[in-house]
Each structure stands twice: as structure tokens, then as C-alpha cells.
Design a protein. Structure first.
Length: 197
């Protein structure tokens, strides 16, 4: 069944900026425990897990109506890597820029996530992850305070943008595998969706 024939995904309008203030009770990631060097390391570890997911023979099958398939989640994660790479570059280049809104659900439909080639998605996801990991590694020490903002008023420094962003791919890795790539340094001691972007 092609993505155009599947039941639509219920639009996600949640604002997950709270992940900067407390651990996620579902995936366990506690972004408060993340140092600056954890961001690129986490991105690379997360990206390394997706090729195996995308090699599954049933990667395009949705687990139930209204829930993305692993392939669709991988496309979303790839695009999150790209989007936040753009937002990081904008924040470093401009003073308190306003981020362009992104409708993740409309993008999934318009770009036909469910019909994309898994091998290509794996390659593109890996490349996008490495690009943003390297970009965070290259942030000068005196630039982590720089800010950018969303149209809903949420404001991020470079550091909080990185910590906020890191939650999304980790959470979605849990969605498709039942586990995450994070180590104990980034997980809450007590220990699953996309956000309004």
C-alpha cells in the first residue's frame, strides 16, 4: 500500500520544550544532563542505529493505522537533522533570528515519506546527522549564548537548541526499536512524539 492510500496521521501539535526542564518519561532522555559535547556524540550514535531499521523487509509497514511506519519515522528524523542544521547556522549567522515554521505532517505527505527508497533514506539520514554533529562541534565557545526563536515565542540559545533537538531522534528511535542510543550520562535515573517546530 502506498503512503497515499494509508490512513492519515493525526496532526501533532505538541510543544515539547518541556524536555529542557525534565526527563522524558517515555524515552528517558534527560537533556539537562547533556553537556555540549554530548550533542554531536548522541547524534552520531542515533544515526548509526537507523540503517538496521531501514534494512527491515517490512520497514514501510505501519504498526497500526495513524502511526508512522519505521520508514516514515526515518524520513522525519533525516529532515529534523537538516532542519536543525539550518536553524543552528541561522542562529550563528544572525542576531536572534525568527525560525521559519515547519509543518512536519504536511512535509510527510508532500514528500511521500512512505514511498521513499529505504537505502537512499539511510544514506541521506547518515549524511545529515554527520553534518549537524560536525556543526555543533564547530560552535565557537563564545557563540553558545546566541539565540533564535520560534513564531510561538519559544526562544533557544545554541545550547538549548541542541539539547531540545537531540530529544527528537532519540524518541523516534525508541518508537521504532523499543530502545534508544543514549548512555547513562544522558538518561534519567527513572528510566514516547514529534513537537511543534
Amino acid at each position: 500500500m502506498s503512503s497515499r492510500e494509508q490512513a492519515p496521521i493525526e496532526p501533532d501539535t505538541k510543544d515539547l520544550t518541556w524536555v529542557l526542564e525534565r526527563a522524558c518519561p517515555e524515552c528517558g532522555l534527560d537533556t539537562r544532563a547533556m553537556g555540549r559535547s554530548h550533542i554531536p556524540a548522541l547524534v552520531r550514535a542515533n544515526a548509526a542505529a537507523w540503517p538496521a531499521v531501514l534494512a527491515r523487509p517490512n520497514v514501510g509497514e505501519r504498526p497500526r493505522p495513524g502511526v508512522w511506519s519505521p520508514l516514515e519515522y526515518a524520513c522525519h528524523v533525516r529532515d529534523v537533522f537538516r532542519l536543525f542544521g539550518e536553524r543552528l547556522a541561522l542562529t550563528l549567522d544572525q542576531d536572534d533570528p525568527l525560525f521559519v515554521n515547519w509543518d512536519q505532517d504536511a512535509t510527510a505527505v508532500a514528500d511521500r515519506y512512505g514511498d521513499q527508497d529505504p537505502t537512499t533514506v539511510a544514506e541521506d539520514l547518515t549524511a545529515a546527522a554527520e553534518a549537524i554533529a560536525a556543526a555543533f562541534e564547530a560552535v565557537p565557545d563564545d557563540a553558545w549564548w546566541r539565540t533564535g526563536r520560534r513564531s510561538d515565542g519559544a526562544r533557544f540559545s545554541v545550547e538549548t537548541l541542541g539539547r531540545y533537538f537531540a530529544h527528537d531522534p532519540e524518541h523516534h528511535l525508541l518508537d521504532v526499536t523499543g530502545s534508544t542510543s543514549v548512555g547513562s550520562s544522558s538518561r534519567s535515573s527513572s528510566g514516547t512524539d514529534p513537537d511543534t517546530r
